[in-house]
Design a protein around this ligand. Structure first.
Ligand code: LMR
Length: 402
C-alpha cells in the first residue's frame, strides 16, 4: 500500500566476503612496529637502511624536492601517461642507448613497480584471456595474487632451492622448454626477490635464446636496478631478453633506487611486434590506467625527472646509489664471514637473501630475539645496522641446522 514503511532487511552484500589474510610482508611491518623491545631487528620489508639503521631521503632527492617546491607552478592534471619526460629519461637507463631508440617499445608512468606489474597483467588479459605466465618459485609473495587478480593463468617453474642455496637452472630450462609459443615468462631483472640469487650473464643468454626459439614473451620485473652491481650491469639480462623477444613487458620501479618508496614511482614498458602494434598497445595502456588510477601520483616522478635532468643532481644520485650498493656488498661479505653455512650470501645480489631456516626457527627468532624476517626465511640484508649485525648473525647461526 502506498505510504507503507519498508522494513525488509537489505541483503547483506558484504557478509558474502571471505575474510582475508593480509599480505605477509605488510603484516610483518605491523608485527615489528607493535613489538616494544628496543633492540628488535627489522629485516622484513625491503627498505634500505644506512649504518645507523635509518632510511634517509637521498641528498639528490631532497634537493630535487626543494627545486620542485620552488618552481612548480601548477598541479593540473597530466593525463594517464603521467610525466612523459620522466618516462623518457628512465628509458635509456633500462634499455641502454641503442635499444631505447626502438620504436616498437612504448612506456608510461605507473604507481610504482606494483602498478606497472598490474597494468601489464591487465593488458595481457585483455589481449588474450587465455594467456599463461610462467613464474619461478619462489617469487615475491605479491606476484601470484596480482597476476591472479588480472585473470592470467599462472604456471610455476622451479627457480631456487633454499636448502641447497642454488639456482635450479637446468630444471628451470627444462620446464620452460615445455612452454608454448605466446606464453609469458616472469623474470626478475636483477636482485632476485626473495632469494638474491640472480642468473649469470651466460644463463641470461640461454634464456634469451630459448625465448626467441620458442616465441615466449618475457615479463621482466626490474625493481632494484642499481642495487646489485650498478645500473648498467643490473639491466644486462633484461636487455638481452628484450632484444631476443618479438614482444616483451618490463615493469620498472624507482621506489628503491631513488629511495622514494611511498611515492609509488615506476613505469611500464611494452615491446610490440611493430611500431603500429606498439601504438595500439599504448592506447590500451592509457584506457586501462584510466579505469584503475586515472593518473599516476606525480611527486616521485617529478623528483626523479628533476634529478635525471640536472647534471649535478644526477651525478650525486649515481654516487649515492653506488654507496648503497657498496653497503649491501659489505654487509653480505660480513654475514658470509660468520659461518660457512652463510657463505653463499656473499655471491648474491641486492637486498634479499633466504636463510635456510624452517618456519618454526623463524618464529623462534621473532619470539626470543625480536628478529623480524619473513616466514619463508627471506631477510633484508640491508635492514641490518652496524650495531645489530653481529647479534643478528649470532642468533641465526645458533638456529641453523647442521
Ligand atoms: C619487498 O618485497 O619487501 C618490497 O618489494 C616491498 C613490497 O611491496 O613488498
Amino acid at each position: 500500500m502506498a505510504g507503507d514503511v519498508i522494513t525488509a532487511e537489505p541483503p547483506q552484500l558484504f557478509d558474502r566476503l571471505e575474510e582475508q589474510k593480509s599480505d605477509s610482508l605488510l603484516q610483518l611491518i605491523a608485527l615489528c612496529d607493535a613489538d616494544p623491545r628496543p633492540d628488535k631487528i627489522d629485516v622484513g620489508v625491503g627498505v634500505y637502511r644506512d649504518a645507523a639503521g635509518a632510511t634517509p631521503i637521498l641528498r639528490a632527492v631532497k634537493a630535487a624536492e626543494k627545486r620542485l617546491w620552488e618552481t612548480q607552478e601548477t598541479k593540473a592534471y597530466l593525463g594517464s601517461m603521467g610525466d612523459a619526460r620522466f618516462t623518457a629519461l628512465i628509458r635509456p637507463i633500462v634499455f641502454g642507448d641503442t635499444l631505447a631508440k626502438d620504436d616498437r617499445i612504448v612506456g608510461l608512468q605507473t604507481p610504482g613497480g606494483c602498478g606497472a606489474l598490474r597494468l601489464g597483467a591487465d593488458l595481457v588479459a585483455r589481449a588474450n584471456p587465455r594467456a599463461r605466465i610462467h613464474v619461478g618459485q619462489p617469487t615475491w609473495p605479491n606476484h601470484g595474487p596480482l597476476i591472479e587478480c588480472s585473470g592470467v593463468e599462472m604456471v610455476s617453474y622451479p627457480y631456487y632451492d633454499a636448502a641447497q642455496r642454488i639456482i635450479l637452472f637446468d630444471r628451470m630450462m627444462d620446464a620452460l622448454g615445455r612452454a608454448e609459443a605466446g606464453d609469458l615468462l616472469l623474470l626478475h631483472g636483477c636482485c632476485h626477490n626473495p632469494t638474491g640469487a640472480d642468473l649469470s650473464l651466460d644463463q641470461w643468454r640461454e634464456v634469451a635464446a630459448l625465448v626467441s626459439r620458442r616465441g615466449l614473451i618475457p615479463y621482466v620485473d626490474l625493481a632494484y636496478q642499481g642495487l646489485g652491481n650498478g645500473l648498467e650491469a643490473d639491466a644486462a639480462g633484461t636487455r638481452l631478453v628484450v632484444e631476443a623477444a618479438e614482444q616483451a613487458l618490463i615493469a620498472q620501479s624507482c621506489d628503491k633506487n631513488f629511495g622514494v618508496y611511498r611515492e609509488r614511482t615506476g613505469n611500464l614498458f611494452v615491446k610490440a611486434g611493430s611500431k603500429r602494434a606498439a601504438e595500439v598497445v599504448f592506447g590500451n595502456l592509457l584506457t586501462l590506467a584510466r579505469t584503475m588510477w586515472s593518473m599516476p601520483p606525480d611527486h616521485g616522478a617529478a623528483i626523479a625527472r628533476i634529478v635525471l635532468d640536472t647534471p649535478e643532481l644526477r651525478a650525486d644520485w649515481n654516487a649515492e646509489l653506488k654507496e648503497m650498493c657498496a653497503r649491501i656488498r659489505t654487509l653480505r661479505a660480513r654475514l658470509a664471514g660468520y659461518d660457512e653455512r652463510l657463505a653463499y650470501i656473499d655471491g648474491q645480489n641486492g637486498m634479499f637473501s633466504i636463510l635456510p631456516l624452517r618456519e618454526e626457527q623463524v618464529l623462534a627468532l621473532r619470539r626470543e630475539k625480536g628478529i623480524y624476517l619473513a616466514n619463508s626465511g627471506r631477510f633484508n640484508v640491508v635492514g641490518l645496522s652496524d650495531d645489530n649485525v653481529d647479534r643478528f648473525a649470532a642468533a641465526v647461526v645458533e638456529k641453523l641446522d647442521g
